[in-house]
Design a protein around this ligand. Structure first.
Ligand SMILES: NC(=O)c1ccc[n+]([C@@H]2O[C@H](COP(=O)([O-])OP(=O)(O)OC[C@H]3O[C@@H](n4cnc5c(N)ncnc54)[C@H](OP(=O)(O)O)[C@@H]3O)[C@@H](O)[C@H]2O)c1
Length: 245
């Protein structure tokens, strides 16, 4: 199987930003989608928009920090479409702050969402992919895993974990599976400046409004990785605005 048409793709964090843009991009190219996020109303808006335009999508309320929720996401793909070809692990939170503010709930949320959430996705999808003898993990990292800047250390550390887990998974995946890391730079989404310290959030929003690229730029990169033939693994893509240092 190659291309995007007909593939069953589950996406976490599909209620806004990069996840929603990826859902739209893939639906326009004939993918069948299972979309997960916590905000049911926002998720339903994405599902309805895709369905109204003739696409195929189901929504599942999912908190990626819960193991059972990821299982429900992959089970929905199997129940509705009979298979799962790709899991895009995209859910994330960019609640950045200086260490001195001790925003430990935000630290915990980033660890739980990016690391435990990613592992929960692997735990749910890997047995399915092994049974099918095909499947692809697409994990959304960040350029923060390549260049650490204050006050992003915790965020950068969790995204570094995403990078390391993705590479380790790729090395263990064998000839039947594909594993891709897509690392965005500054992208214009509502998640930039959400949570974290007010000062850090305001600075992030200012920078986003000056230099960020549209989420469609990341959606196309994810689409590129998915549309390659079975034996071709696009292992890593970094996409950043030209003006981002
Ligand atoms: N925007 C950037 O500049 C940028 C740069 C590098 C990397 N990234 C990464 O790109 C990914 C998407 O972020 P975005 O920029 O598109 O921001 P966004 O619009 O805020 O999207 C984040 C998505 O993740 C979902 N989410 C958060 N926590 C979740 C949880 N526990 N369980 C399930 N879903 C959860 C949110 O939906 P609910 O709230 O409805 O659950 C939302 O759909 C993140 O991993 C982020 O770290 C973004």
């Amino acid at each position: 199987m190659s291309g995007i048409e007909g593939k069953v793709v589950a996406i976490t964090g599909a209620s806004s930003g990069i996840g929603a843009a990826t859902a739209t991009h893939l639906a326009e190219r004939g993918a069948r989608l299972v979309l997960g996020a916590r905000r049911e109303d926002r998720l339903n808006e994405v599902v309805d928009r895709i369905t109204e335009q003739g696409g195929s999508a189901v929504g599942v309320v999912v908190d990626v920090t819960r193991r059972d929720d990821l299982k429900r996401l992959t089970d929905t793909a199997l129940d509705h479409f009979g298979r799962l070809d790709v899991l895009v692990s995209n859910a994330g939170t960019m609640a950045i702050s200086p260490f001195d503010e001790l925003r430990q709930d935000d630290w915990d949320a980033m660890v739980a969402t990016h690391i435990t959430g990613l592992l929960n996705g692997i735990g749910a999808a890997l047995p399915v992919f092994r049974r099918q003898r095909s499947g692809q993990f697409v994990n959304v990292g960040s350029t923060a895993a390549y260049v650490v800047k204050p006050p992003q250390a915790v965020y950068a550390a969790t995204k570094t974990a995403v990078k390391v887990l993705t590479e380790g998974l790729r090395q263990e995946s064998g000839p039947d599976l594909r594993v891709t890391l897509v690392s965005p730079g500054f992208t214009h989404t509502e998640g930039v400046g959400k949570g974290g310290s007010p000062e850090a959030a305001a600075a992030a929003v200012r920078q986003r409004d000056e230099i960020a690229m549209p989420p469609s730029a990341i959606a196309s990169a994810i689409g590129y990785a998915i549309e390659q033939p079975d034996g071709v693994d696009v292992s890593e893509i970094v996409v950043r605005p030209t003006v981002q240092a």
